[in-house]
Design a binder for this molecule. Structure first.
Ligand SMILES: C[S@@+](CC[C@H](N)C(=O)[O-])C[C@H]1O[C@@H](n2cnc3c(N)ncnc32)[C@H](O)[C@@H]1O
Length: 311
């Protein structure tokens, strides 16, 4: 095991059921208000229209903890009938709760005072996951850049609902419409040059690339949830090219991923593990401490997360 210059969140404890080094492929929910029924492609408002409404938390007037902020978001999104499926809400909540400490922890390491943090949510869809990083960080200097080939109308509805319960996130979110290369090559993805679909421009680099990023005055976190197939590799390339301080991806389908994997590895471990193992080797060889995490499989069977912190 290579030693790490700076500590990371899994550098303690030995494998065991109560240790963070123990990997659960199907963990229980971290968000305390678990779904009361089967999760599916059902809008939040229709899912909670029945007796399940009683399972929702009370609104907290001055939320102090992340889970209280999430509860308020849960209530607001349900009451205002935003176009968000119940599965998507839990997927984003659990992904956020499982990755935020490592992502923010790595981003806060380094110079003092700490650099402002920029979260880049790649292939973001409506951008709900990325926006949680601003919504749940009232006391951090966090800006969120959402990247997708198109900005769906649902983005604005969800963002407005979030801003009603988390007014501190106003002006901290920007949607950039830009396509990411699917070939796995480092995409040319200048963060300030693409047409911005909405929002004030957050402070950021004008060009991608290691040299630009190294001299950057921000700490960059890159996330990608269910970027299909090779797009997850493009997200990782983007993160490496931009010297991200931390990275978290939850891969989706594995069609065409890791074609170089030896036949035996694919046969024994399957395509998904053999691809994700290749991915963490790629990150490790680029000086990242890497680990796996996961969200409850009742939300999605594509529930594995790769988390990386720059050493
Ligand atoms: C399965 S969705 C995931 C959306 C979001 N991350 C989520 O978890 O809800 C995949 C997203 O990737 C986007 N996408 C597909 N190809 C892309 C490309 N070449 N560049 C950028 N985004 C792309 C799609 O528009 C879609 O929003």
């Amino acid at each position: 095991m290579p030693s790490s210059a700076s500590p990371h969140t899994s550098s303690y404890g030995s494998p065991g059921s109560t240790s963070p080094t123990h990997f659960h492929s199907d963990p229980s929910f971290l968000y305390p208000h678990e779904p009361g029924g089967k999760l599916g492609r059902q809008r939040l408002s229709s899912y909670y229209s029945s007796e399940l409404m009683n399972t929702l938390p009370e609104k907290v007037k001055s939320p102090k903890t992340t889970k209280q902020i999430l509860s308020n978001i849960h209530l607001e999104l349900t009451a205002s009938e935003v176009p968000l499926d119940v599965k998507e809400l839990y997927e984003s909540f659990e992904f956020f709760l499982r990755t935020r400490k490592r992502l923010f922890g790595a981003a806060k390491r380094g110079p003092s005072p700490p650099l402002p943090i920029e979260v880049h949510d790649m292939c973001c869809g409506h951008g709900f996951t990325g926006m949680l990083f601003a919504a749940c960080s009232p006391s951090l200097d966090v800006h969120v850049k959402l990247f997708d080939q198109t900005c769906p109308p649902s983005h604005f509805v969800i963002r407005e609902a979030l801003e009603r319960v988390c007014p501190h996130m106003k002006g901290r979110v920007e949607f950039v419409e830009k396509s990411l290369s699917a070939e796995g090559s480092p995409p040319s993805y200048p963060s300030a040059a693409g047409p911005s679909a909405a929002g004030p421009s957050a402070a950021g680099p004008s060009a991608a690339g290691p040299s630009a990023a190294r001299s950057s005055s921000v700490s960059r976190i890159v996330i990608g949830v269910h970027a299909c197939g090779l797009l997850t590799d493009s997200v990782l390339e983007y993160a490496l090219s931009n010297s991200a301080t931390s990275i978290a991806v939850m891969p989706c389908c594995y069609t065409g991923t890791n074609p170089q994997a030896p036949y035996g590895l694919k046969r024994v471990l399957g395509s998904s593990w053999s691809s994700d193992i290749a991915r963490i080797y790629r990150l490790s060889s680029n000086n990242y401490h890497t680990d796996f995490s996961s969200i409850p499989s009742s939300i999605t069977p594509m529930n594995r997360i790769i988390v990386a912190e720059r050493r």
